[in-house]
Design a protein around this ligand. Structure first.
Ligand SMILES: [Zn+2]
Length: 340
């Protein structure tokens, strides 16, 4: 089968890989209908995260079940399924508490390489959620978004305790930040402030429900958000970048007693203890337990109540994955869909 492999910084190649096959009786093999490039794929692509030798890439996936192992009960061949970037059993105490991305049996799907024609999905019964019927083609990008960026933005909003009457700020205008705006509107936020300096992203943020745009970053951005909130800061702030600057912007933009939901993968972030102590801000976040939200997200998408697939502003054949990485690296595209 064909699949994308990272050979070193800036060097993604689509090449022959060993066919995905059932290894354990709890596995499924799916034929991918669509996959995509993640903002987090850019960390190793840029050489910021080291890779040890050629690495299959990709952890976002939707597709049709081809084959299941002998112990799989909940999904069957022919079903269209969505899964998340951590395989999980969905039965352990951590999963039952809603934290499937910390499942005691968890397995990262990224190591299996979803930017390919086929994918082996471990723990298929706990990981995969089937759609009620085969979706029409135009819903495939929306369902693919649910696999990671929508579920992650959703968790950011849940972790930040977004709700009716609240003012919400979203730091980060990548796909996760934009879909956190969508989630904030879904949860009834009264005002949604999107931090973005890129016009096409500002437009999409407005489409998803942003009521205010702040273009400044860092402490200037904090001052603008304070200006909009009587000097208090937002009730709920979603951090969707993962840098020191964005994390501190999120914390400092939150009012005393408010909540930060941080879902940008942290790189080199160090939190100042004294400032945190006196801030009175709640912090919660981490790798999103997307599996917790998948049934609800699939339902909202199939009823066409949300349109998260708009974050895919470039679609390419899988064979052109290298161009997809370049387009995202250079911020020419918000998010790139790959057609196997
Ligand atoms: Zn578990």
């Amino acid at each position: 089968m064909r699949g994308a492999v990272l050979h070193g910084p800036g060097d993604v190649r689509v090449e022959e890989r060993a066919d995905a096959r059932i290894v354990l009786p709890t596995d499924a093999v799916i034929r991918l209908s669509a996959t995509c490039v993640c903002g987090s794929d850019l960390w190793p692509y840029r050489g910021i995260e080291a890779v040890s030798g050629p690495s299959p890439m990709g952890h976002e996936y939707v597709g049709v079940v081809q084959e299941v192992g002998s112990e799989v009960r909940n999904v069957k061949p022919g079903q269209f399924v969505v899964g998340s970037f951590f395989a999980s059993d969905n039965t352990c105490p951590i999963c039952r508490a809603g934290y499937q991305s910390s499942c005691v049996e968890r397995e990262p799907v990224g190591g299996l390489g979803a930017q390919a024609e086929y994918l082996r999905v471990p723990l298929a019964d706990g990981t995969l959620v089937a759609t009620p019927e085969l979706p029409p083609d135009d819903l495939v990008p929306d369902l693919l978004a649910a696999s990671d960026v929508l579920g992650t933005g959703w968790f950011g909003a849940v972790a930040a305790q977004v709700g009716p009457g609240k003012t919400v700020a979203v730091v980060g205008d990548g796909a996760v930040g934009l879909l956190a705006v969508l989630a904030a509107r879904h949860f009834g936020a009264e005002r949604i402030i999107a931090v973005s300096r890129h016009e096409p992203r500002q437009k999409l943020a407005a489409h998803y429900g942003a009521t205010h745009i702040v273009t400044e970053r860092g402490d200037e951005g904090v001052a603008r958000i304070k200006d909009l909130t009587d000097g208090l800061g937002a009730h709920s702030v979603i951090e969707a970048v993962g840098t020191q600057e964005s994390m501190m912007q999120a914390i400092r933009s939150t009012r005393a007693g408010g909540h930060v939901g941080y879902v940008g993968v942290a790189h080199g972030v160090e939190l100042p203890g004294e400032e945190l102590f006196f801030s009175h801000v709640h912090l919660h976040g981490g790798p999103a337990p997307v599996r917790r939200f998948l049934p609800e997200l699939i339902d909202l998408i199939c009823r066409r109540e949300i349109d998260p697939g708009r974050v895919f502003d470039l679609a390419l054949p899988l064979e052109q994955a290298a161009e997809g990485y370049r387009a995202m690296d250079e911020r020419r595209a918000i998010k790139v869909l790959l057609n196997p």
